[in-house]
Ligand binder design. Sequence first.
Ligand SMILES: [Zn+2]
Ligand SMILES: [Zn+2]
Ligand SMILES: [Zn+2]
Ligand SMILES: [Zn+2]
Length: 234
Amino acid sequence: MKITEINHSSHGHKLELSYSETPYQCDGCKELGFGSRYQCNKTKCDFHLHEKCTVAEPFATHPFVKNTNFEFKKKGKRGKVCKACGKDVQGFMYKSKGTYLHPCCLNLPSTLNGGTDRGSLRLNLESKASTECLICRNKEIRKGKLKGWAYVSSCGKHCYHVGCVNGMNFENWKMGYFNRLQSGGGTNGLVFVKVENGESSNGTKESEGWLMGYALDLIVQAVLGGALASMLGF
Ligand SMILES: [Zn+2]
Ligand SMILES: [Zn+2]
Ligand SMILES: [Zn+2]
Ligand SMILES: [Zn+2]
């Protein structure tokens, strides 16, 4: 059974489990979230934490970082970046020697499976991009410094850095571009409204364009922490 109410050392009031239909910023790790979260009911607080940040495992491992035991820390470290996404660790994080990971990055699903009546799609989390990322057009998220984790489709054609999708999520969130599908749509949950310069596929086949958008939607949700929940039917 899930704990629906919890006392957390980072906040003076009780936190309650709730479901957010729009992205929010976690007050623990400072990353965006979507779906289930713990929040303070006092409106003036506007305080919320990812579920994974509220009930964080004190120690964790990840298959991409061999023989390493990560320890959960509540304080970020200035100038240190997450090995998965390349963004600063500004709050809650996992640390082991010189390696840092955001709690949400540590918990990214290793595969994303999606399917609609138009086809199916499988994306695997890889420790580095096998081909250029479709957002930044590079293989490394910081050239010569950090490769960055990426989701790669099983056909190998669609590759997106976790950090690039994360950055895009932040941009969209700041601009208020997130929207919720009313219901009955092919994907469950969140879609982000595609705007600006009509990124319409230049000559790419219609099915390819659809696949790209769909792949991106799945990763957007995974990075925001909603995919796992919606796929496992929580
Ligand atoms: Zn968090
Ligand atoms: Zn409060
Ligand atoms: Zn990260
Ligand atoms: Zn990229």
